[in-house]
Design a protein around this ligand. Structure first.
Ligand code: PGA
Length: 258
């Protein structure tokens, strides 16, 4: 496989700095160096400095934020900029997660501004897309994914999309224990790649990494990652324990070795 797998932990609003440190003390010794898979953890903002310190000087695990502002500084109470994140060692940023879309009113246009700001600062976006159950049952998956991708990537050029990771996260599978079947994940992710092909050409689309997210766990990771368009995972619940998250990473290591 030419695309390097990327497996990211989205901790959402969980863990204190001390709990972050405890996780990393357990998790990091499991790696003897780069493992052939990009492994990323996304703690809350308040945990990023501690995680950044602990990850400095090693190459196995990278650091991500879960959100950021599209603005670079100024009167934006409660917000944080890309450069602030970079200053504590952050390399990736999750943008457009469905919880931010549904609970905090984020729109494709707003997410698009954030993707642009992240790329301009040198952060690598993990851009989330995915349909609700109602949209799936209504036969609107392709329409929803096309709208989200086209809107969130507006004005992003070829070099930008090649730095961007797409996370396909069907909303009905997030935190529900109801994982997409490998066939459902593959079908949707092949469609995501087709939309990227329409926007950037098939050769560029073939280089973009597309993660699956939604109740991914060690027990289903190997089968999901064997699908041709599943290039890794964005993991919520199963990423909170080092043992469980490493189980998913191990599935990626095994898949990339074959
Ligand atoms: P989950 O969350 O693995 O707990 O379903 C995934 C996500 O929201 O990124």
């Amino acid at each position: 496989m030419s695309r390097r797998l990327i497996i990211a932990a989205n901790w959402k609003m969980n863990k204190t700095p001390a709990e972050t440190a405890a996780f990393l003390e357990d998790f990091l010794p499991r790696f003897s160096g780069p493992c052939g898979v990009d492994v990323v953890i996304a703690p809350t903002f308040v945990c990023l400095p501690k995680a950044g310190e602990m990850l400095a000087g090693q190459t196995a695990v990278s650091l991500s934020a879960q959100n950021m502002s599209a603005e670079s500084s100024g009167a934006f109470t409660g917000e944080i900029s890309a450069d602030m994140l970079k200053s504590v060692g952050v390399q990736y940023v999750i943008l457009g997660h469905s919880e931010r879309r549904s609970l905090y009113g984020e729109t494709d246009a707003g997410i698009n501004s954030k993707v642009k700001a992240a790329l301009a600062s040198g952060l690598l976006p993990i851009l989330c897309v995915g349909e609700t159950l109602e949209e799936r049952d209504g036969g609107r998956i392709e329409e929803v994914l096309t709208t989200q991708l086209t809107g969130s990537l507006k004005g992003i050029d070829q070099s930008g999309i090649e730095k961007t990771v797409i996370a396909y996260e069907p909303v009905w599978a997030i935190g529900t224990g109801r994982t997409a079947t490998p066939g459902q994940a593959q079908e949707a992710q092949a469609f995501v790649r087709k939309v990227l092909g329409d926007l950037y050409g098939a050769a560029t689309a073939a280089n973009v990494r597309i993660q699956y997210g939604g109740s991914a766990k060690p027990a289903n990771a190997a089968e999901l990652i064997s699908q041709p368009d599943v290039d890794g995972f964005l993991v919520g619940g199963a990423s909170l324990e080092a043992e469980s998250f490493f189980g998913i990473v191990q599935a990626g290591i095994d898949a990339s070795a074959t």
